[in-house]
Ligand binder design. Structure first.
Ligand code: ADP
Ligand code: MG
Length: 709
């Protein structure tokens, strides 16, 4: 549980009091609060925001009740009370009526107490969740005599706090938390300094911090609750943006990079004579963006997003040529040996006829070769080095590394990337290429300190991949389809899930699948490759190679082929147990086909039993090929916490804002953060003092996670 939220900045002394000291919280309750909710201090408690509220200003008539279960408040009288049912089904049932109808109140426990205390024919206000089954019923209602109810202090909106089973079992109910919250406000007489400047508050008509906190826990009415939420969400998002943008600005000022001002022979010769195809407009635009970046004397830190097959490689390669033109070396790091090798082959092809030295360095590179690579790197005769994590080893020293390209960024950790930086006096320019489209909303929060380029256009002539969903029971038809495609000279991928938790079973599925495919597609007419994680790297490469060369027509594999593999002749992607894959993974896998001129297909195989999320994923895949569209659906299904790479982020440990639903507020927050920093980059103006103070408090807590540096 994150404790260092942006709300960590108020009334420092009292609010740091350990929760044990709050009246009504003994040592055992305090322990539970700590372990279950991460509440250690008063401050943590005040920052425990309700998940939702129940409107207690509303009273329902019985004939207004809806069949969908909901918490409601009804006024009426109990006209009878009796025990019904046998043994375990025994329960106390009351008939409750108003002038529009009747409803049953039901108790499964505590019969004695209810019988002794309920007054018949006397008006009550009851509150609880209703069920509908041959009429309405309400189990274990909260009941209050109307006479008392009228006198009692009314909470208009009852907050519902996050809870756990353990908490409610041990008596820390929602009511109990509400009570603690009341006590807290009394104890501390919470008066919070305002964490936003008067200027922002007046421009956005925000209520004060104290008022917002009070109304988030004890809303006076809907309107004030809405204002409280807006104010707190804005504040939370605003400080994240303020930090991200500050970081970006200061990086641009402080972190020097080598200015690559020349566009020289390498680039122009390649562009004029060796370019294998016309660049798309998107590719041209991105190359311009990169040139502008690396031409300035600040270090480039750019994220290049482009859907699978959008042609990121050539953009990366041409950026490398710019480094070479300016007398620098470049490297390209990929997450797997297969990918690194493929990049190597591709770049060898691109450099044909050009005087450029390219080498491949991987874990498996032999000692002798390795030594010669090290030497050539250090004396500068090697221009481009491609490889895997092996590039990060300390022994790998560059003569002068000017540009580092990282493909498929999410596979590398932050620390690994940082290592690349230390290979020079100045850090090299960094280009991170990813085919995992990150929704704009998320990109802004996650990579707000990076520059982002997007290739949003596929090379011409590509036919959209046709995606269908088929049930396992239709497998024979699918096999016939495969046969037809192979007759046309195409190649086929068949991919099986492999998930750590069910590894043994998954391997069995893979091998069973392989056997059944091998029976249906026997040699010598058919050749099949198989690639999975338990094979030796050399065997994997060999099998992959056979498929790439077209010696095999079918590739049976686990998701090791997910990233980057390029076989343009492969036109069918069959995904087994497709319901077990996440959306972004399905999209990545589909991206392995549709790389040639032929019509390509993706077939999602599943059983008949599908959850509603699985169904949504499959439908989305069938509906669209657009990675950004898919990413937005993914974000909605899973929430930001599960999107690749965000777990480490901390940025997304939001306490009140929701990065998907509160996108508008995020945009507003970003707008204001930018505006303020443009006017006052170091927050020195008097009116921004409070922002600086709050900002520093936050920095102390280091809640904003360093994404790249
Ligand atoms: P990704 O963005 O997935 O890394 P690649 O760079 O591997 O995509 O490109 C996919 C395929 O498209 C490659 O075979 C590449 O040669 C080809 N390609 C890239 N750009 C163009 C273009 N402008 N016109 C035609 N083909 C292109
Ligand atoms: Mg690629």
């Amino acid at each position: 549980m994150p404790r260092n939220s942006i709300f960590a900045t108020m009334n420092p002394t009292i609010l740091q009091t350990p929760i044990d000291y709050l009246k009504g919280v003994g040592p055992s309750r305090a322990d539970l609060l700590r372990t279950e909710l991460g509440i250690h201090t008063y401050q943590d408690l005040i920052n425990l925001f309700p998940n939702r509220y129940i409107d207690k200003t509303q009273y329902y008539k019985i004939n207004q009740l809806q069949r969908s279960a909901a918490e409601v408040q009804v006024i009426g009288t109990v006209v009878s009370l009796e025990m019904v049912g046998q043994k375990r089904g025994k329960r106390l049932v009351a008939k409750f009526i108003d002038d529009t109808g009747q409803l049953e109140l039901v108790w499964f426990r505590g019969h004695k107490w209810v019988k002794e205390n309920i007054k018949l024919h006397t008006p009550y206000v009851i509150f609880g969740k209703t069920n509908y089954y041959n009429g309405f019923s309400m189990p274990h209602p909260e009941m209050e005599l109307v006479a008392t109810h009228e006198k009692s202090l009314k909470i208009a909106m009852q907050p519902i706090y996050p809870s756990t089973e353990k908490l409610s079992n041990r008596g820390i109910t929602n009511k109990a938390i509400s009570k603690m919250m009341q006590q807290l406000f009394i104890d501390t007489q919470v008066r919070l300094y305002d964490t936003l400047s008067a200027e922002i508050r007046s421009e956005l008509k925000l209520i004060s911090k104290s008022e917002a906190m009070l109304n988030i826990h004890f809303p006076k009415n809907q309107e004030l609750l809405a204002k409280a939420k807006f104010r707190l969400k804005f504040e939370e998002l605003f400080y994240i943006q303020l930090q991200l943008i500050t970081k970006k600005l200061s990086r641009k000022q402080k972190i020097k990079g080598y200015p690559f001002t020349l566009v020289g022979d390498y680039f122009t010769t390649f562009y004029n004579h060796h370019l294998p195809f016309a660049l798309t407009n998107a590719q041209k635009r991105v190359i311009k963006e990169i040139r502008k970046d690396i031409g300035s004397s600040a270090q480039m830190n750019r994220l290049l997003q482009g859907d699978v097959g959008s042609g990121k490689t050539i953009v990366g390669f041409m950026s490398m040529l710019l480094a070479l033109d300016n007398g620098f070396q470049a490297c390209l790091m990929a997450p797997t040996a297969i990918l690194a090798n493929q990049h190597y082959q591709g770049i060898l092809e691109l450099t044909e006829g050009l005087d450029i030295q390219v080498e491949l360095l991987m874990g498996s590179t032999k000692a002798k070769k390795r030594r010669s690579i090290h030497e050539a790197l250090e004396d500068g005769s090697l221009h481009i080095l491609i490889g895997t994590h092996a590039l990060l080893e300390d022994k790998v020293k560059f003569h002068n590394l000017g540009l580092a390209i990282i493909d498929e960024q999410h596979r590398f950790g932050v620390a690994q990337r940082a290592k690349l930086w230390r290979k020079n006096k100045y850090p090299p320019h960094i280009l991170v290429m990813t085919a995992t489209p990150i929704p704009r909303t998320l990109a802004m929060s996650l990579y707000g300190d990076l520059d982002i380029s997007v290739i949003d256009e596929l090379p011409p002539g590509r036919k959209a991949i046709k995606t269908v969903h088929r049930y396992d029971s239709n497998r024979l038809k699918v096999f016939r389809f495969i046969t037809d495609e192979i007759k046309k000279g195409r190649q086929i991928y068949i991919v099986y899930p492999l998930i750590k938790e069910s590894e043994a079973m998954d391997y069995k599925d893979l091998m069973d699948g392989y056997e059944s495919i091998a029976r249906s597609f026997p040699p010598p007419d058919y050749q099949i490759s198989i690639v999975h994680g338990q094979m030796k790297a050399a065997d994997k490469d060999y099998e992959m190679e056979r498929f790439v060369k077209g010696e095999t027509q079918i590739m049976v594999a686990t998701t090791v082929i997910e990233v980057g593999v390029n076989v343009p002749n492969a036109s069918v992607m069959i995904i087994e147990s497709a319901e077990r894959f996440g959306l972004s993974q399905l999209h990545q896998l589909r991206g392995r086909v549709g790389r040639g001129a032929e019509q390509s297909f993706c077939i999602l195989m599943t059983g008949h039993k599908l959850s509603s999320d699985s169904t949504t994923r499959l439908e989305t895949m069938v509906r669209t090929n657009d990675g950004f569209d898919i990413a937005e659906v993914d974000l909605k299904l899973r929430g930001p916490g599960d999107i690749m790479g965000t777990q480490q982020s901390g940025v997304l440990n939001l306490k009140i804002a929701d990065i998907v639903r509160d996108n508008d507020i995020l945009q507003t927050a970003r707008f204001y953060a930018t505006k303020i920093l443009n006017e006052d980059p170091t927050l020195q103006l008097e009116k921004n003092k409070v922002l600086l103070f709050t900002y520093q408090q936050l920095a102390k807590h280091k809640n904003i996670w360093n994404y790249i540096s």
